[in-house]
Ligand binder design. Structure first.
Ligand code: NAG
Ligand code: NAG
Ligand code: NAG
Length: 322
């Protein structure tokens, strides 16, 4: 016993010290957990707002009252997810490849995914509606939270000039939520080289109808193939009711190299892109446009608030009849 007492006695203060440290460790651990929880709560509640208030999204919101005003970040949290779609295949299309690369900076800045088909599947231009249809179906098969809400089609003969312009600025505001398709027209009528399409069952029907048009109406002359089919279909109430024609320069500005006069459809500094529709030789002018941009990007890359987009889009939707 004496031996045990002898051993126990000196151990007693050591044991209480251990207990003290043990308690302290638990307290430290609890404090540490609490700190982590508080930090996580802080990150969750405050960081996104801080991010948003510094980002261009917040700028659109603050510039465009249709988005709910500067304090309504909720509008942005319900932002659309936009994917770009295009096709490019075949050899000796170096200028087209170069032009397509101009999409990359724009996509990176705004987080757009790029869906690029590298093969021709059907004859003529008929792969285009078929590919768009396949993407819409694929997206509609996903959960709401995973799904792209809009597709932005761009022909491969377009050059992005102002990467500051977010595609979100074109999305119809709530009072026009029945609009599923934004198109532009030129002197020939519809030009489907660039358009913005909402991912909806309506779009499945439209693009099914376009893709199968020549089989069901073989006697209709389709001068511009899928574009003519689309134009005819968009005149039907079922499709016309959910489509709007927007000013051409919003996202489909042209440039006629021979025409020195600045017409309403001709590209100018600050415009999102230039589309070399019907310009020949296409490769030469695509290269020239890429050069023109690279020589002095500051001519083209204008901050969003210094372009006409915020007021133009706002006025357009406000004046559009529902
Ligand atoms: C197309 O025209 C041909 C020749 O006139 C006719 O025989 C055929 O029935 C027409 N097809 C349709 C779907 O109208
Ligand atoms: C299209 O809109 C018009 C006018 O709002 C309406 O009368 C008509 O029923 C609509 N048609 C279809 C097919 O939705
Ligand atoms: C917009 O233009 C004004 C006047 O030219 C200029 O001072 C300002 O820096 C521009 N804004 C941005 C964000 O570049």
């Amino acid at each position: 016993m004496a031996l045990i007492n002898h051993i126990n006695l000196p151990r007693r203060p050591f044991a209480s010290l251990l207990r003290y440290f043990h308690k302290a460790r638990i307290t430290t651990l609890l404090l540490f957990c609490a700190a982590i929880t508080l930090f996580a709560v802080y990150l969750h509640n405050f960081e996104p707002n801080r991010d948003r208030s510094n980002s261009w999204q917040a700028k659109i919101i603050s510039l465009n009252p249709l988005f709910g005003g500067p304090d309504n970040y909720n509008a942005w949290s319900k932002r659309p997810r936009i994917g770009k779609v295009s096709i490019l295949y075949g050899d000796k299309k170096l200028a087209h490849e170069r032009a397509l690369k101009t999409q990359e900076k724009h996509n990176r800045l705004h987080g757009y995914s790029m869906h690029l088909l590298r093969r021709g599947i059907l004859d003529g231009y008929w792969t285009k509606p078929a590919y768009i249809l396949s993407l819409i179906l694929q997206e509609l098969g996903k959960q709401d939270s995973e799904r792209l809400s809009w597709l932005f089609w761009v022909d491969a003969d377009t050059v992005v000039l102002n990467s500051h312009v977010p595609l979100e600025i074109f999305i119809p505001p709530t009072q026009h939520k029945d609009i599923h398709l934004l198109v532009t027209k030129d002197w020939n009528g519809l030009n489907n080289g660039v358009f913005l399409l909402e991912v909806t069952p309506w779009a499945v029907e439209l693009f099914t109808a376009i893709a199968s048009f020549r089989d069901f109406q073989p006697n209709t002359t389709l001068t511009f193939q899928d574009q003519s089919a689309m134009e005819i279909l968009l005149k039907e109430p079922k499709y016309a009711n959910h489509t709007v024609t927007v000013p051409q320069r919003w996202f489909n500005a042209y440039k006629d190299e021979k025409d020195k006069e600045l017409k309403a459809d001709q590209v100018r500094g600050g415009d999102l892109l230039v589309h070399l529709a019907g310009v020949n030789p296409r490769e030469k002018y695509l290269d020239e446009w890429c050069d023109r941009y690279e020589e002095d990007p500051s001519v083209w890359e204008i901050a969003l608030e210094n372009t006409t987009y915020p007021t133009e889009t706002k006025e357009f939707w406000e004046n559009l009849k529902t």
